[in-house]
Ligand binder design. Structure first.
Ligand SMILES: Nc1ncnc2c1ncn2[C@@H]1O[C@H](COP(=O)(O)OP(=O)(O)OP(=O)(O)O)[C@@H](O)[C@H]1O
Length: 447
């Protein structure tokens, strides 16, 4: 049996006023693989623990197959958890570790057939007689997975199960987990702060920030149509280029988005998304360009929808199959402090205050005219993040990273013509909400 798991307006506070999850609503379908993704401390594990019954919601409802389940003890929820630290009993062999929950659930029954069947499924038969200290990290995690699977639970709850493993093993086990959960058809809720893991595993991804759901969608949707600048910046490698722009829409001339020393001229006739930008006339916006949305080519090579700018090569990052070129285009980068700066020590309830984010930050950043400016809100009661709080290691050389093939001969100081593909242009308003493509295009790309 597999389950539908619903959270309805669920909040969680641990101490007075401290809300670590805020009015979260999620409907997880039977058999679905849902990933909870967000930076450290955003409340992912708390959500998982509320689903498991290990924490009580302060407000709202947890429903299992449509039934109110807030009061249901963990043991009666029929869910298996897998943690990052494997949590195996050191004095038990792999076989006993996998069989232990079966013995508890059905004391009279011989767990061996189920243990053996599980071990075959995971290819760990030869590990069954070893103790945890005789297993590698990956092997231990396979045994831990075995212990979860053998119970035939109605849902798997996985809390960063791969984060203690090296990159190669992580990729390998990631594929195994995806294959297994699909084969078993069991609802899985998977917590991670690794966006690549989330995109590769999830049927849908729920992006959390400060305990608040930012977006719920398929991996394609959250990448291609991020609801706001936080999701755009959190998802994708290299990180999306975020630049401060100014919309200019003169009645008698072409509409442009000024990027400091250069501008993007929006081609006429304006498409609907660009027409809708007209209302931003004279306002500062945040322009998002993924590294694959810009290419090195001359203006004469422009395809429909591409507009020219140029950039000075600041740094070339050779990656083997591709090269990341950091350009200085004379624009001002916009930063998302929660992703750049260390996490604030205290986290308290988040509320949007009067005034715009950019407006407030502009005041704070007065005097930093040429420096980068932080564009996101910060939780009330925490230290405001100032532009100069961005750690130097968070700063990249240049303001625009472009992904290209290794056959370009580029060196520092070279002025290079670039074409921006406006089909890949994102524009976010002063609150960080996406306004281009228009929010009406939010419905799932895959549906
Ligand atoms: N038992 C607790 N008492 C008080 N505060 C807690 C408790 N458990 C978690 N918190 C706080 O709740 C917030 C969310 O924690 P949680 O573990 O859910 O985040 P997370 O997104 O899973 O983080 P990470 O990725 O670092 O594990 C954090 O600020 C954390 O300090």
């Amino acid at each position: 049996m597999t389950r539908a798991i619903s959270l309805h307006q669920v909040s969680k506070s641990y101490a007075r006023g401290v809300r670590v999850v805020e009015r979260l609503s999620l409907d997880i379908r039977p058999g679905e693989f849902l990933v909870l993704l967000g930076p450290s401390g955003c409340g992912k594990s708390t959500v998982l623990r509320m689903i498991a019954g290990l924490e009580d919601p302060s407000e709202g409802q947890v429903r299992l197959d449509g039934e109110f389940a807030n009061d249901l003890p963990p043991a009666e929820r029929d869910m298996a958890m897998v943690f990052q630290n494997f949590a195996l009993y050191p004095s038990m062999t792999g076989r006993d570790n996998i069989g232990f929950p079966l013995r508890i659930e059905a004391p009279g029954e011989d767990p061996r057939p189920r243990v053996d069947a599980t071990a075959r499924m995971l290819g760990i038969e030869d590990l069954l007689d070893r103790f945890p200290n005789q297993l590698s990290g990956g092997e231990r995690q396979r045994v831990a997975m075995g212990r979860a699977i053998a119970r035939h639970p109605s849902a798997f709850l996985m809390d960063e199960p791969l984060s203690n493993l090296d990159a190669k093993l992580r990729n390998h086990l990631r594929a195994e987990i995806a294959g297994l959960t699909r084969k078993l058809g069991v609802t899985t809720v998977y917590v991670t702060h690794d966006q690549a893991e989330a995109l590769s595993l999830g049927d849908r991804v729920a992006v959390l920030r400060g305990g608040v759901l930012q977006q719920l969608g398929t991996p394609r949707t959250v990448y291609a149509l991020p609801a706001n600048v936080f999701v755009a910046a959190f998802i994708g490698t290299p990180r999306i280029n975020l630049l401060r722009g100014l919309v200019r829409a003169p009645l008698d001339g072409a509409m442009t988005i000024s990027l400091g020393r250069q501008y993007l001229r929006l081609p006429e006739p304006l498409c609907l998304d660009h027409q809708l930008l007209r209302v931003q006339q004279g306002r500062e916006v945040i322009v998002g360009l993924r590294s694959e949305g810009v290419r090195i080519a001359r203006p004469s090579e422009a395809r429909p929808g591409e507009v020219p700018i140029s950039g000075l090569v600041e740094h070339v990052e050779f990656q083997g199959h591709e090269v990341l070129v950091h350009f200085n285009t004379g624009s001002r980068p916009a930063y998302v402090p929660e992703l750049e700066a260390p996490r604030p020590v205290r986290q308290v309830r988040r509320r949007r205050r009067a005034g715009t984010v950019l407006g407030r930050l502009r005041e704070r950043a007065a005097g930093l005219r040429t420096g980068p400016v932080a564009v996101m809100d910060h939780p009330e009661g925490t230290e405001p993040v100032r532009a100069d709080d961005v750690p130097p290691e968070g700063r990249q050389p240049g303001d625009l990273v472009v992904r290209t093939t290794p056959d370009f001969e580029l060196r520092h100081g070279l002025q290079v013509p670039l074409l921006v593909d406006l089909a890949h242009l994102f524009v976010f308003d002063q609150h960080g909400e996406r306004i281009c493509p228009a929010p009406a295009r939010l419905p799932d790309l895959d549906e």
